[in-house]
Every structure is written in C-alpha cells, then in structure tokens.
Write a protein that binds this ligand. Sequence first.
Ligand code: NOJ
Length: 588
Amino acid sequence: MASAPADENRRWWKEAVVYQIYPRSFNDSNGDGVGDIPGIIEKADYLADLGVDCVWLNPVYESPNADNGYDISDYRAIMDEFGSMSDWKALRDALHERDIRLIMDLVVNHSSDEHAWFVNSRSSKDAEKRDYYWWREGRDPEGTDLDPDDYDTPDGVEEVPPNNWESFFGGPAWAYDDQTGEWYLHLFDRKQPDLNWRNEDVRNDVFEMMEWWLDRGIDGFRMDVINLISKPDGLPDADPANDIATIDRAVNGPRVHEYLGEMRDRVLDEDLLTVGEMVGDEMPLETARRYVTPGPEGDGLSMIFHFEHMLLDEGDEVWETVEWELPELKAVFDRWQAGLAEEGWNSLYLNNHDQPRMVSRFGDDDQYHRESAKLLATLLHTLRGTPYIYQGEELGMTNYPFESLDEVRDVATLNPIQNAIREGEIDSFEDVKDAVRAKSRDNARTPMQWNDADHAGFTDGDPWIPVNPNKDHINVEDVRDDPDSVWHYYRELIDLRSERDVVVYGDYEPLTPDHESLWVYTRTLETDDGRDTLLVVLNFASDETAFDPPADLAGRAADVLVSNYDTDVDAVEVDILRPWEARVYDLG
Ligand code: NOJ
C-alpha cells in the first residue's frame, strides 16, 4: 500500500496540474488573427484563477509554419507572429510571479528545412552539415515493390527512395532533392527533415540548446515524438501490410535509450518536468518503465504521453473511425495505472492540440454536454498521474462543424485528403466530412472562446482558423459567471488535488473493469493519520445506470466530495446513477 511520501520524495510535477497552451489559438493581442505571447500574458490572471500549476507552451520558435511551429528554423528565436524574446521573458516572469511554472516544447526529431543546418546540409554532398540529416541515394525500382510514379521526382529521374517508409502525414517519408540528386528522410512533412542523432555533433548542438533554455529559467520540456530519434541501422524496409506503422521501424529505435541517457546526464535533473511524447501502438510496459525510471537504470523522464487510448477509435484510414467500448478504455488506463504503480509516473490526458475535443469524443457534447465534460474531468483529476488540461477543455469546448475543406488548416488533415482525391479514392470533402468533424486536429485548434462577441473575443482581426459558432453559449465569460459551470468544477478538482495527498499519491484499484458503462475505482493512501480512501464512481452513459457497491464498501458512511449533480448521499449504497453522473466519495 502506498504511503504519503517523505518530503524528499515529493515531486512538484506529480502534484501539479498542467495547462497546455496552443499559442496560435489562445489570445491575439495585435489584431492579426493569430494568437501571440502578449495575448497569453493578458490571460495570466485567468490561469492563476483557474488554479493551474504549470503551463506547457506549444512551439513558439521561429518557423515557416508548415506544421504550425513544429518545423523550427531557429531554436533560439521567437516566431515574429508570436512576439519577441522580450515578450517571452515577460511571459515567463508573469507566470512565475503567479507560482505557475513553464515548460517548453522540444522538437528535435526534426527541424525545418529552412533551418540553417538543413540549408547547409542540402547545399552539397560535402557540406559541413550534410550528415546532420538522413541523405541517401535512391534505388532502381527494379527488384523493389515501389512504383516510381508514386514519388515526386523531376522528369528523367526514374528512382524510388531508399526504403518504403511512409510519413505520419501521408505519402512517402522521403523527398528527392534536386540540388544533390539524393533523398532525405522526413517522418512528417517534407518541410520537416529528420535530424541524424547518430551524429555526435547533432546531439551536442541539441543539448547545448536545451541548456540555453534552462539557463533562461524554464521548468522543463515536453519532448515531441522523442521515441523516433533513433533509426535502425541500414534503414530497412518496413512491412507494407502495416498502415503508417511502417514507421514502426523507427519507434523506440535501437539507440533511443542511449541518446536519452546522454541527455539525462548532460542536461536534465529530477526537478524538471520532462514529458516524452511516444508515438506508436501498444508500448511494452518494460519499455515505458525504462523511459520514466530515474537514472542510471532508466532514462529519467518524469512521464510520457502514450497513444493507446487515442487509438481506440482509429480506423485503417485517417478518415475512418470505429466505435469504442468503455471496457476497452478502462483496460488501457488500468494497464498503465498498474504498470507504473511502483516505478515511474503517468500523464493523464484525453485531448490536446493533435486530438479532437474530449467531450465530443468520449462524452456527449449535445444533451449531456455539461455533465459529461465534468465526468471526464473527474476521471482525469482522480486517476494516479499528472493531469493535463488542454486550453478550452475547462469550458467544455467541442469539435467544430466543418462544412468544407476551406475551413481546414491542418497539414495532417489536408495532405491525406488531397492525396485521396487526386488518386480517385474519394470524390470530394463530402465523403470524409463526418470523419474530419470527428477526428481532425483542427477541432482542437479553433480559437479559445473568451466571450460571445465576434470571433469569441479571441481577436479583433480575422482569425486564422474559424471560431466555433457555439461560442455563443460556451465561453469564458459565461462559465465564470455560472457557479455550476464546467469551469468551476475544474477549480474544485484542482483544489481537491492540493488538499488531499491521496489524489496524487494514492494507489489505484479498479472495481468494475468489465462493466459496459460504469467505471468505479478506489484511491488509497496510508498517511500519518491512518488510511485515506476515496471511491470514484462514474456513469459513462446518457442513460441511468444501477450502481451496486462492492460488498466491502456497501453501507459505509461517506461524504460526496465532488459531484456533477446535486446529491445528499451520506453513505455508499445501492443507487441509480443519473446520465454521466460522477461522484467522488470520501471514505476517510
Ligand atoms: C507531434 C506534435 O504534437 C504534432 O503537432 C506535430 O505535428 C508532430 N509531432 C510533428 O512534430
């Protein structure tokens, strides 16, 4: 049984609630339609009022924006659209003055093709930085399964790339480059060439850059697709039967722990929040533990973002969705809660800038919008791990009703659709509209809804991406005025976390793994004052559901500490739960 930790074993990042800011869509201070850093500073009090402890800022570095800042052309400069380095410093100070820490996005699997390293690298085969990226000769199509017509090469070049890997954004993972007649690897967009981590100079440059940011007072890093940095020797072909998992060849590659170990020893320490984004299908827990165990046995990351719950509704094509069942979702969380119970730590998220809105995906964003948004919040804030709130989640922001491709901005949505239209697999946007509404990353990227004015108070100009029309009834001004809103409920949950160690450090025990609509669990912690136990009961359904408590808890006196319905319950008893009802019982 877990006990309340001694002071030296506490970690601020375990006790924290993190708030993710996607700057482009948060708040625009200068009317150009794009959110910016001064705009975030204007909202620093808002963040303090909500009670969050840390901000994760999506990339704000100089970038041509092929992938909204995940294509960095200068790691030590701020993108003009977002402001200046002095604005960034003012933001850091504004947050720190309010006891809010700041972690930055670290995007070092790839850079922009406009980064000085790549500009040099592509200039000639003997360029100083040639080996900073993955350059290879093409192959004769003879003897491969690849068709030269599938690749974009100039007339007269009848080659196929060095292997059959596909980009995560659709299409090949290799681009032919005229300047030297060779191909370079890009696991994402062609404007995002992969850095070659086998080259020690690349690693040194990356580590120096990280130190440079730490010297400027940041509190950690969110590490973009960090388990892709090691590519296997010889870059072997992948099994074409996989979908984009052809890239599985690059997931958790052979030297990834060596590189992260070097980073841990040279740059990191345990007081920083370091969260590694780990792409791929199911990850062995052994591997996960290695990433999040302190050194020297492990790589020393604080936690990781895995994707298993994000894959439950994934079909074969980007625009396909399949139904998910609650027992599957519970099984994913139960596996990770148990897997990292002794070693390591979990991150807790149900949406971010790459995923649709959680209330639309896992809740009922129509009839039970408020109830289901609160239930999902209850889950994220009462599991064991660090909760991440994605901007607007605290209002219950929803997916966007896309009507045409003109409203879509995201390269990962546009590329595959445009390819499919070109290749005749689909006729038009209409064929994939429902899926775009359900799954596109742009659902998360519509502007933060501050009020019901034009453009939701996000900008005085033309927003770079359309505002959700439901800003008329889902917006910050309204939720702050309404004591029963989703926003105030988040505040309660955040307060509960800081008041009760059991929420942070308690053991998790699932009680209803197979139930089709109930998710019931306990959290238990030994403290100096005895055992502290919470019972969490969640009805994941738009119907009523009977709750039959386990025999050892039935009849126990208990207050309900938090609930999304009025309730006068004072014991754990057989009951009918209302649609999307969530209760946190205090069993003392
Ligand atoms: C993951 C990021 O979260 C996503 O937004 C980006 O497109 C890819 N990595 C590539 O950097």
